[in-house]
Design a protein around this ligand. Structure first.
Ligand code: NAD
Length: 351
């Protein structure tokens, strides 16, 4: 065994109502001209939150959109320069946090992230951004927010569907972390506990969306699963989601939700022992089938067809997924990948 790990230096502030600590946190970071970032859909809530920050906040930029297009980052950068912004406050899900990271990457401004979904981006050193229809990913320590505030009250408004799919998106980081080539004993422990937290939390949220304790448990899952993504390399699952999302403009969290059972079943044939924690947490014999049943019971989407992918796109997606070699615990053959995508397209339950 050998490994080389860099832990995240981020400060994690966790608790109901913890967003109330933001003015003190900004002061600690020396931020006096903060810009709050959000999506258009969350602008009203972000505006109300920005008002609680007093004079240290300049206002809200509500231009965050899915997949962090560079043109949205450039629009935000103009405001950052014009208004001499000295700190970023990301108030939203992975899209808003992506915008914050994209600005920080170019300016090195300090970031405070208040996640409002369970996707886990707030604790990773990874940024995916799009330009001219192509998505590229980069890694840098500069991308990690200085402070993350997990306030479960901010997720009470997250619809059950998005709660479930963003939670499963986070689980995908932990599942792939379990068999990652550069995993280490700590990342494996965090991944197993992250899966357990999400598997406990999501059914409770689906049943009672106002259950704040379940929402907190899901945030524990986000933190843990995101931490794994920041430490361990990803493989087939993330590659497939990246390719499918890029080719057919499929929604991010939903695509992860549909693909995860299939990619897990595929890799479980090669490394069954490493995926035992997932099966155990699900109370299932097989991790892939168990994940499919779990998502199905929560009413999550289970076919790429329902997400809008055309059937005649399966071959093109398989070609793209194997075009450039990458590491995966099970060997990747073009026909086997086409069969996997076809099964996911049709919504079949994997073995
Ligand atoms: P999102 O941020 O796109 O949010 C989806 C929608 O839900 C948006 O309209 C948003 O305004 C709304 N929303 C978010 N929180 C809400 C709340 N509490 N109440 C009501 N509405 C709310 O979705 P996401 O799944 O969190 O993020 C997806 C993006 O994150 C993708 O671009 C993906 O690439 C990225 N991501 C990056 C990483 C990383 O480590 N770099 C990890 C995971 C996801």
């Amino acid at each position: 065994m050998s490994f080389d790990v860099t832990g995240s230096p981020a400060r994690i502030v966790f608790g109901r109502g913890a967003r109330g600590q933001t003015p003190d946190i900004l002061r600690d970071l020396g931020i006096t001209r903060a810009l709050v970032l959000s999506t258009e859909a969350q602008k009203e809530t972000a505006d109300a939150f920005a008002c609680t920050l007093g004079k240290s906040c300049l206002g809200v930029f509500a231009g965050a959109v899915m997949h962090t297009p560079v043109h949205a980052t450039e629009a935000a950068l103009e405001i950052v320069r014009e208004q001499r912004v000295d700190g970023l406050v990301a108030f939203g899900g992975g899209s808003t946090i992506g915008l914050s990271k994209a600005i920080a990457y170019r300016t090195d401004l300090p970031q405070v992230a208040l996640p409002t979904t369970y996707a886990g981006s707030e604790v990773t050193n990874i940024l995916g951004q799009t330009a001219d229809g192509a998505k590229t990913t980069l890694k840098s320590p500069r991308l990690i927010p200085e402070v993350v505030i997990y306030d479960a009250e901010l997720t009470l408004s997250l619809p059950v569907g998005m709660s479930v799919t963003s939670g499963i998106n986070a689980m995908a980081h932990a599942v792939e972390g379990l068999y990652a080539r550069d995993r280490n004993p700590v990342s494996a422990m965090i991944a197993a506990e992250g899966c357990r937290a999400m598997i406990e939390a999501l059914p409770r949220i689906a049943q009672a969306p106002a259950d704040i304790a379940a929402r907190e448990r899901a945030f524990v899952g986000s933190w843990l699963c995101g931490t794994v993504l920041g430490q361990a390399g990803m493989a087939l699952h993330h590659k497939l989601c990246h390719v499918l999302g890029g080719l057919y403009d499929l929604p991010h969290a939903e695509t992860h939700t549909v693909i995860l059972p299939h990619a897990t079943a595929f890799n479980a044939r090669a490394v069954p022992q490493l995926l035992v924690p997932v099966a155990e947490a699900l109370g299932a014999q097989m991790p892939g089938a168990g994940l499919w049943d779990f998502a199905q019971a929560l009413g999550a989407p289970h076919s790429l067809r329902d997400l809008g992918m055309p059937e005649d796109g399966i071959d093109r997606a398989a070609d793209a997924a194997v075009a450039q070699p990458y590491w995966n615990p099970a060997p990747i053959g073009r026909d086997a990948i086409a069969a996997l995508i076809r099964a996911a397209w049709a919504g079949q339950r994997p073995d």
